[in-house]
Ligand binder design. Structure first.
Ligand SMILES: Nc1ncnc2c1ncn2[C@@H]1O[C@H](COP(=O)(O)OP(=O)(O)OP(=O)(O)O)[C@@H](O)[C@H]1O
Ligand SMILES: [Mg+2]
Length: 260
């Protein structure tokens, strides 16, 4: 979290946000999904994004690493404008780790090969060095004994922890999570959240789309509530959950808490 930041040191020294989004718009055909998003994420911060289905959370996250191309507006990462034509997308993706709901692992490879593929092919790391780093990250997510297991034999929670370890192997400056626990059985959600909690405590900058309100409340520095393509509220968890400013936020929270 903010106090224990160990990543994005250069940005911290200049007091620049690691990511700054300004006036971001994105439409799919005639459907305007993002309607002018402003957002800043400081080094070491954990920002959670909550909101109803279809409010544009995933689209915003995918714009941050250019999996979607913004229509208008700017995204600054370390002071570099990602929407500028000469932005190096491949380098950017090395610096921004992403974890998806559906794991997106290579099922025909073992755990270790999943983790070493990108460092070896993109960063030109030696296999031995990549394996050493991968074992460190697999150990940190509690899966060192599964290094040579086939991905297909793992549980959902184990797969998601491999996906997190794999992303960490690229030594990212920020980690984006899109509903990382939504596809998991309730009893194994906790093991993934625990890994994320540890990552946050170690100072990783994180943007997390989630419906896990307890996680949002206890781990985030800020919670962003998105509604129909806009950021309606952006506040500390104690404020957003304890004293929401907008009727829509109150409705969302009460509906959500009723469902639980
Ligand atoms: N590639 C696409 N092409 C067309 N429409 C899209 C595309 N991606 C998203 N949409 C639409 O944009 C809207 C917002 O989608 P998005 O996935 O960002 O919402 P979300 O807040 O992540 O929702 P959920 O909580 O269900 O994941 C939805 O109406 C969705 O159908
Ligand atoms: Mg989504």
């Amino acid at each position: 979290m903010a106090d224990t930041a160990t990543t994005g040191v250069a940005a911290a020294q200049t007091k620049e946000p690691l990511i700054r989004v300004e006036g971001l718009h994105k439409s799919f055909g005639s459907l305007e999904v993002l309607k002018g998003i402003d957002l800043a994420v400081n080094p070491g911060e954990v920002v959670t994004i909550i909101g109803a289905s279809g409010s544009g959370k995933s689209t915003l996250l995918r714009c941050l690493n250019l999996l979607e191309t913004p229509d208008t507006g700017h995204i600054w990462f370390h002071g570099q404008d990602l929407t500028a034509e000469r932005c190096n997308i491949n380098k950017l993706r090395e610096d921004i780790g992403m974890v998806f709901q559906g794991f997106n692992l290579f099922n025909n490879m073992d755990v270790l090969d999943n983790c070493t593929l990108a460092p070896v092919t993109l960063k030109k790391m030696s296999k031995a060095e990549a394996e050493k780093i991968a074992m460190e990250h697999l150990t940190s997510v509690g899966l060192e004994k599964f290094a040579h297991a086939a991905v297909g034999r793992l549980s959902g929670g184990q797969k998601q922890r491999v996906a997190i370890a794999r992303a960490l192997c690229m030594n990212p400056q920020i980690m984006l999570f899109d509903e990382p626990t939504s596809a998991l059985d309730p009893e194994i959600v906790g093991e993934v959240l625990e890994v994320m909690r540890k990552l946050a405590a170690d100072g990783m900058t994180m943007v997390v789309v989630t419906h896990e309100m307890a996680f949002a409340r206890t781990v985030s520095d800020r919670v962003v509530f998105m509604d129909k393509g806009v950021v309606l509220e952006d506040a500390a968890p104690v404020e957003l959950f304890g004293n929401p400013k907008h009727q829509r936020t109150r409705e969302f929270l009460s509906r959500y808490l009723e469902d639980k």
